[in-house]
Design a protein around this ligand. Structure first.
Ligand SMILES: Nc1nc2c(c(=O)[nH]1)N[C@H]1C(S)=C(S)[C@@H](COP(=O)(O)OP(=O)(O)OC[C@H]3O[C@@H](n4cnc5c(=O)[nH]c(N)nc54)[C@H](O)[C@@H]3O)O[C@H]1N2
Ligand SMILES: Nc1nc2c(c(=O)[nH]1)N[C@H]1C(S)=C(S)[C@@H](COP(=O)(O)OP(=O)(O)OC[C@H]3O[C@@H](n4cnc5c(=O)[nH]c(N)nc54)[C@H](O)[C@@H]3O)O[C@H]1N2
Ligand code: SF4
Ligand SMILES: [Mo]
Length: 734
């Protein structure tokens, strides 16, 4: 009998299959162990049966129980106390400003304010602001969109991350599809181009290691010596914003030396002769490109030849992992187009492991019309499609819309109500000073649906509690692999948390919307998301997903039994049905550099942290410890620090015409040589919560005080990585 207590001490548990819903290409398959007595999650691990997750999680999400059960979670609806002005708060002081209310009070208040604002200024004066707090199909865009469409609110153009690169990929291939991650194991040369794989896309790494064990080389093209660059065979520290020229110079070498795959080009592309003539112009020769790109002509020539001859010399093809780093730049769309054309010139797609991956998001034929119901705009008081506001111009939208003359390419009423969910807008949007000026407006009614008291929460009139992926069910694709997955709810929502579907369904009823679609349950929405005519979803429905957890897309198979995107013309979805090489990509140096190079001579990289997810996780002590190296610092090359009289550890002001922040200079010198991560002319700092050290001066800003609302050349994207600054030693006050 003596062993009975031991048996009883082992908790009864169940394991729930979920999907990491963070904005990450890997969309990991996750196993959550739940104690069935206490109903608490007690363990999280990667699913060993998922071919890309392969049983491990990144460091950020391995610590996810700290996130879910953090004592700092926002668990109840709250409202700003009467008479307290909006503005940045010190962390932990939020309860002095907000008071708890019931969901009924919150919903009544929001519904009546939205109604009166709509009556007075028109429904387009209401602006939803959301991005990718969750990339589950339902959480990202379903009931919320239905609600705002039916209301007639302004539409949001969700451009802050990927729209330039997305437009580039579509212009060349007609679909967002690329080399599957598992196939990278079969590559002979891997180019990580503006892609911090080890930091941002860790589940691609094991396949790259497999390829390297078989002899493959990894080349990284990045102005910053990332974790990935430090582990590579070669790191080419390109000058920011010049990738388009490097791609043209590579084309120049390939075409000059006759290394292109003429058969593949003839069968699968359109516009080759024009591109050839363009690439062969003398300004695209490696010698001419060297100065601008900062990469010497020999290195360019070697890279181009290794790339084009990889299949012949190693028996394995070349693959490019292009990520979104290069397209956050004024001419980043064109640069991405040029890079996307490279595998077409050498026919890399014909071989397993060859090609390119930027995003696979467009491969999932989810039925977004059914989920989001844009037709409901015609049932709104507008009876037409609402105006579109670009989320990368939030500062202008909040401060200039409705004031003549309209300078946003859109007109109509001022923004009088802002509804933020799935986003920490105050921290992540460019030109932060204008954004905060807008958020401080007394006449702006702001609702924030959040897990935590973020920078944005500080400016809310009403705060609503949102779930983690443990607390809700969803269906998800991925932008870095080709599996559909269902994410089961593992635990009951904490406190009074409501998921995005429940929130907007309840709000629709408060607004008196009678449409039946506002009653749809989560399961019903999942069914609608999967209701597609596409062959690629054959056999994929809610029941099969609930049974299997993850199911690969049913892509067409070729005669070898392989599924090789763009190995023949049947894969292209462009108007011509071929890979589009026109219009030819022309290189133009970023405008910010040309206009401001004298006053603000340094290129600023306002970077993502390896151990945060954009601004998410920045408030957890454990994550902060993992990211301690980058806390509060501006990384500088000694060649820029020395002439400014700056040494390691000095407080420095980083500024341009838009703003100023203060950080500690980090300058690393070993044996008289710079040993830091940035080259001369480039400085870097991490994205952080403003109130947690984004600016040591305490002014409540972060790196985005310096970035601009200039949009990319195509796709209307944000240009975080086209930012010029000057740096100066901070004046000490006695
Ligand atoms: N750990 C972690 N993982 C993440 C995220 C995170 O914040 N942290 N964010 C997620 C999100 S939202 C996204 S969109 C993906 C993004 O994944 P990536 O696209 O890999 O993201 P970035 O880190 O923005 O950019 C990649 C690299 O581009 C470099 N870069 C900047 N300018 C240039 C340039 O002009 N030319 C070249 N060649 N390189 C340049 C940067 O130094 C950076 O190292 O990652 C996701 N995964
Ligand atoms: N300087 C600089 N700025 C950048 C970038 C950069 O590299 N440098 N990267 C840009 C890029 S690529 C991106 S994608 C954007 C990202 O911008 P955001 O999408 O705003 O990303 P996060 O900072 O992760 O904030 C997401 C928020 O959503 C909340 N959330 C999570 N799940 C839910 C949910 O189910 N419901 C609700 N209501 N909320 C939820 C989280 O708590 C979190 O605070 O930032 C951009 N801004
Ligand atoms: S953040 Fe990315 S790598 Fe980390 S668990 Fe989520 S999907 Fe996987
Ligand atoms: Mo992003």
């Amino acid at each position: 009998m003596s062993n009975i207590p031991v048996i009883l001490a082992v908790p009864a548990t169940k394991v729930v299959h979920a999907v990491c819903s963070h904005d990450c290409p890997d969309s990991c398959s996750v196993l959550i162990t739940v104690d069935t007595e206490t109903k608490r999650a007690i363990k999280i691990q990667g699913d060993p049966t998922h071919p890309v997750t392969r049983g491990f999680l990144c460091g950020k999400v391995a610590k996810y129980l700290d996130h879910v059960y953090s004592p700092d979670r926002l668990l109840y609806p709250m409202r700003r106390k009467l008479g307290i002005r909006k503005g940045a708060l010190k962390q932990g002081r939020e309860h002095e400003v907000f008071e708890r209310i019931s969901w009924d009070e919150a919903l009544d208040h929001i519904a009546s304010r939205l109604q009166s604002i709509s009556n007075e200024f028109g429904p387009e004066s209401i602006l939803p602001y959301s991005y990718a707090g969750t990339i589950g199909q339902l959480g990202y865009g379903s009931m919320d969109r239905r609600f705002f469409h039916r209301l007639g609110a302004s539409q949001l153009d969700r451009t802050i991350c990927a729209s330039a690169g997305g437009a580039a990929l579509l212009s060349v291939y007609g679909i967002k599809l690329g080399t599957p991650p598992q196939d990278f194991a079969h590559a002979g040369l891997i180019i990580a181009w503006g892609a911090n794989i080890h930091g941002n896309n860790i589940h691609l790494w094991p396949f790259i290691e497999d390829a390297r064990r078989a002899g493959a080389k990894l080349v990284v093209i990045d102005p910053y010596r990332t974790r990935t660059a430090a582990l590579a065979d070669e790191h080419l520290a390109i000058n920011p914003g010049t990738d388009g020229l490097l791609a043209l110079a590579m084309m120049h070498v390939i075409l000059r030396d006759g290394l292109e795959d003429q058969q593949y080009i003839a069968a699968n592309t359109q516009g080759f002769e024009a591109l050839r003539e363009h690439a062969l112009q003398p300004q695209h020769a490696p010698e001419a490109a060297a100065g601008t790109t900062g990469i010497d002509a020999d290195a360019i020539t070697r890279l181009a030849r290794a790339y084009a001859t990889c299949q012949c010399s190693t028996g394995n093809p070349a693959v490019i992992r292009l990520n979104y780093g290069i397209q956050r730049s004024e001419n980043g769309g064109t640069a991405a187009r040029a890079i996307c054309m490279l595998p077409l010139l050498i026919g890399a797609w014909q071989h397993r492991g060859g090609g390119l991956q930027l995003s696979t998001s467009g491969s999932f034929p989810f039925n977004s019309e059914a989920l989001q119901r844009p037709d409901l705009m015609h049932a709104s008081p507008l009876q037409r499609a609402a105006r579109i506001v670009n989320m990368s111009e939030l500062g202008q939208a909040l401060t200039t819309l409705g004031k003549a003359p309209a300078n946003l390419g859109t007109d109509g009423p001022p923004v009088k109500a802002l509804f933020v969910y799935n986003s920490n807008a105050a921290a992540v949007a460019p030109n932060q000073n204008d954004v905060l000026r807008g958020l401080r407006r007394d006449d702006l009614f702001t609702v924030v649906h959040e897990q935590f008291f973020t920078d944005t929460a500080d400016y809310a009139d009403i705060l609503l509690p949102a779930p983690t992926f443990f607390e809700t069910k969803d269906v998800q694709g991925a932008y870095g692999h080709l599996f559909v997955q269902v994410s089961e709810q593992a635990i009951a929502p904490l406190g009074e948390v409501r998921n995005n579907v429940a929130l907007f369904s309840a709000l629709a009823k408060r607004m008196g919307f009678q449409d039946a679609c506002f009653d749809d349950s989560v399961d019903h929405l999942i069914d609608q998301a999967l209701d597609s005519q596409s062959q690629w979803f054959t056999g994929i429905d809610r029941t099969s997903l609930e049974r299997e957890g993850h199911i690969p897309l049913q892509l067409p198979i070729n005669h070898n039994g392989d599924s090789l995107p763009f190995s023949d013309a049947s894969w292209f979805r462009t108007p011509s049905g071929k890979g589009e090489l026109t219009p030819v990509p022309d290189f133009v140096a970023p405008r910010e550099s040309r206009a401001h190079a004298n006053a603000y001579p340094l290129e600023f990289l306002p970077r993502k942290a390896d151990n945060y997810m954009n601004s998410t996780f920045a408030n957890h002590a454990g994550h902060q410890r993992m990211e301690a190296r980058t806390a509060g610092i501006l990384e500088m090359n000694v060649a820029d620090a020395a002439p400014r009289g700056i040494v390691n550890g000095d407080e420095v002001d980083i500024f341009n015409a838009r703003g100023r922040i203060r950080l500690h200079a980090h300058v690393s010198v070993v044996n008289g040589q710079d040993a830091g991560r940035v080259g001369a002319g480039v400085v870097a700092a991490r994205l952080d919560w403003s109130k947690l050290g984004g600016d040591l001066s305490g002014a409540g800003a972060n790196v985005n005080a310096l970035t601009s609302e200039t949009l990319t050349d195509i796709g209307g994207g944000a240009t975080f990585y086209s930012t010029l600054v000057e740096v100066r030693k901070a004046e000490r006050h006695a």
